[in-house]
Design a protein around this ligand. Structure first.
Ligand code: CIR
Length: 271
């Protein structure tokens, strides 16, 4: 087992959904220029992506993370989006089964990395689940069915979680949203930052929600890591809204990952 050298070590009383010690990232490969994308918004600048990756890791460290950066996986253009490969909960890692063929080979190396931290590692072997479709709150795990996550995968995840005492609910990700968490993030134990289009689908009844101002939808995907929120640069209304609400906010440039549909949460596994 690796002992994380975190600045802020969460205690047992802390929420497992917002308090973490460790973040795993993966260095983007040059092949990231060929990452999957839903629309062409211009060529990826790989040098700028590398800089933004370093800035992202620095923000995690500022928030108190021990950051384990895994080496690039050139054969997998989307491998820096490590979040999609696993669900990490206290004492449990569930290895995902990505729908995207070019992403399947990301899972085994991540399983190896997680085995340094988790004794209980279980594999999804039916259907498909990408963890970008999973939002963990202190009381439950929300899974959004999407083009990447299907009912068979969600059913298997549910039985794995149920056996370990975790509650899970299945939602529907609206069709024009890549992953459930593309449009939402847990920013406090009971508060979810989300777009209007996802919130108005009724997913978050029972939670407090904070809506990102229209026009700033990509800012709905942020990370709450201990006392900080890490969000993409370029969304000033969302940033001021979060500051007014009393959050400590760090911003990181994400222009290059955004071209291949990646946001703040996709770029790390946190536990
Ligand atoms: C993909 O389409 O799979 C990648 N280009 C982006 C993955 C983003 N991950 C996420 O939203 N959790």
């Amino acid at each position: 087992m690796i002992t994380p050298m975190a600045i802020e070590i969460p205690t047992a009383a802390d929420s497992h959904a917002t308090r973490f010690s460790t973040a795993i990232t993966r260095l983007p490969a040059a092949s990231a220029i060929n990452g999957l994308r839903t629309q062409n918004t211009g060529a990826v600048d790989i040098n700028l992506m590398a800089k933004q990756h370093n800035d992202y890791q620095e923000a995690l460290r500022l928030a108190g993370a021990f950051v384990l950066e895994l080496p690039a996986l050139p054969e997998c253009p989307d491998a820096q989006f490590v979040e999609d490969t696993a669900l990490c909960l206290p004492g449990l890692a569930v290895m995902m089964r990505p729908w995207a063929k070019t992403r399947k080979d990301e899972v085994a190396p991540m399983r190896g990395a997680l085995s340094q931290f988790f004794d209980d590692i279980v594999d999804i072997v039916a259907g498909f689940v990408e963890a970008g479709d999973i939002l963990v709150t202190p009381s439950e795990v929300l899974v959004g069915l999407s083009a990447r996550t299907d009912q068979a995968g969600a059913d298997q995840l549910q039985s794995i979680l149920k056996a370990r005492g975790y509650g899970m609910r299945v939602m529907k990700t609206p069709p024009d949203i890549l992953h459930f968490k593309t449009d939402c993030s847990l920013i406090d134990d009971h508060c979810i930052l989300a777009t209007e289009r996802l919130t108005f689908s009724g997913c978050f009844d029972g939670y407090q929600t904070l809506l990102v101002p229209p026009g700033e939808e990509p800012a709905a995907n942020v990370i709450r890591f201990n006392n900080h929120i890490i969000m993409p640069a370029g969304y000033p209304k969302t940033r001021s809204m979060l500051r007014v609400e009393g959050f400590e906010v760090l911003t990181v440039g994400n222009s290059e990952c955004a071209k291949i549909d990646g946001g703040m949460s996709c770029l790390s596994l946190r536990f």
